[in-house]
Design a protein around this ligand. Structure first.
Ligand code: ATP
Ligand code: MG
Length: 414
């Protein structure tokens, strides 16, 4: 793709309101544009990455038997009254009225809607279990939206709901989803811990949060330096250096960004909303539910926080907007530029995602912008192009190799 056609309006100055690296990069690199507090447009670069994060999520959830659907963001008050949350949810719920003065809200989460979707058609154990998810914009009027996409008022979430006939079946789904989440966050090259979100429970398994370890995280977690024990200090805290409650290792503390949350709901919604099924023994029982979220747009920032060096972006392989970025030194109409275009076409033909900087900018400007885009490889078409040589630079290691132009099609871009 031609960089002149990629709408990535980079900023020359560092935006003053951005406090953390990922937010600075997103604004400076022209990934996002703020619309209102906590509300953003995902410009093409960010949206490319978002779609790749979503692809990983879809692959891992589909693998364990989940089905994707899409529910409405606009939700009627009636359902929220059935669950009792219309009153309880408070000012975070974005409420509005239609032209007939009927109350609606913009979905901050979808337990009510999914319970309603399923209750009309699932009435027998024969139709269970089920695991349904969507990827969609959520709305929460957060008291303090901040750090760009980290805490937005409109943000993208993947929410999954499971429906089981027994506690054992829910426990199985919970573990399957937990495993899928680990695969997702591993593929995103994130360093994270799974922490208990329950008070006083060791290795609590009714609710766990996935915390990306990061100094700018809003949450604090305590964890064992030797075992998997970890807890959100909101729920259970232990002093630094204390023996871990599971007897293995000692307690340390760290800051974390909550990127995912898995939760055994039980019958919290099925009971009040009448989602029942007839079991093998012919008795009517409430369906046992689980819910599982991933903050997709927050994940984008968490990945950036952990994958930049002094604001130079190094995207993990699976989510990089472009694998290869070609930087010609010469302007359009010159031999060097034609060579660069030839390389671009050849690599694109091979199915690689290639960006060519075809703009009339200085090499300095091009390199600065390349640092913000974070392709894995730079191909620098400079002085030696006329002698048939270009430079391939590995962005991560900084290592540079001279490659003959005729060999570039066979270069091993891993
Ligand atoms: P938090 O404690 O950060 O407010 P939460 O407990 O309200 O999170 P959930 O309701 O469990 O979050 O939502 C599922 C996931 O959605 C969270 O794990 C998080 O990654 C993401 N998320 C929640 N609120 C926001 C927000 N305002 N902006 C972006 N992502 C969010
Ligand atoms: Mg919240």
């Amino acid at each position: 793709m031609k960089q002149s056609l990629l709408f990535a309006p980079t900023l020359r100055e560092m935006p003053k309101d951005a406090e953390i690296a990922s937010h600075k990069i997103l604004l400076k690199g022209g990934y996002i544009k703020q619309h209102a507090a906590g509300v953003y447009t995902y410009l093409p670069l960010a949206y490319k990455v978002i779609k790749k994060i979503e692809k990983i999520i879809r692959e891992e959830l589909d693998k364990i038997g989940c089905s994707e659907l899409l529910m409405p963001a606009l939700q009627s008050k009636d359902l929220w009254q059935e669950s009792g949350r219309w009153e309880k949810y408070g000012p975070e719920l974005m409420r509005l009225k239609d032209r007939h003065d009927r109350d609606f809200c913009l979905g901050p989460t979808h337990e009510e809607v999914i319970t309603d979707v399923v209750r009309d058609s699932v009435n027998s154990y024969k139709k269970l279990p089920l695991a349904l998810y969507q990827i969609q914009s959520k709305f929460r009027d957060e008291y303090r939206p901040r750090f760009g996409l980290m805490r937005g008022r409109e943000f993208i979430m993947k929410d999954l709901y499971t429906f089981s006939t027994s506690q054992e079946d829910l426990d199985e789904w919970y573990l399957k989803v937990r495993g899928a989440y680990c695969n997702i966050f591993d593929r995103l090259n994130l360093k994270y811990r799974v922490v208990s979100a329950e008070s006083g429970q060791i290795g609590g398994n009714n609710s766990e949060e996935f915390m990306v370890l990061c100094d700018i995280g809003e949450d604090t977690i305590c964890y064992s330096d030797e075992s998997d024990f970890a807890s959100n200090v909101e729920h259970a805290d232990y002093p630094d250096g204390a023996v871990s409650p599971d007897g293995k290792g000692h307690i340390c503390h760290a800051k974390g960004i909550e990127v995912g949350h898995i939760f055994k709901l039980g019958t919290k919604y099925s009971e009040p909303m009448g989602l029942n099924f007839v079991d093998v023994d012919n008795t009517k029982k409430p369906v046992i539910m689980g819910c599982y979220g991933i903050g997709v747009s927050r994940v984008l920032m968490a990945v950036l926080e952990q994958n930049n060096k002094d604001l130079k972006v190094i995207w993990p392989d699976e989510v990089t907007p472009f694998k290869i970025h070609i930087i010609p030194f010469d302007k359009k109409g010159s031999e060097g530029f034609d060579i660069a275009t030839h390389i671009h076409d050849k690599l694109e033909e091979k199915g690689l995602e290639v960006l060519i900087d075809d703009r009339s900018e200085s090499a300095g400007v091009k390199f600065n912008d390349a640092d913000l885009i974070g392709a894995k490889y730079l191909i620098i078409v400079g002085r030696k192009a006329k002698e048939g040589l270009v430079e391939v630079r590995d962005s991560l290691s900084g290592e540079t190799t001279e490659v003959k132009i005729e060999d570039i099609g066979n270069y091993n871009f891993r």
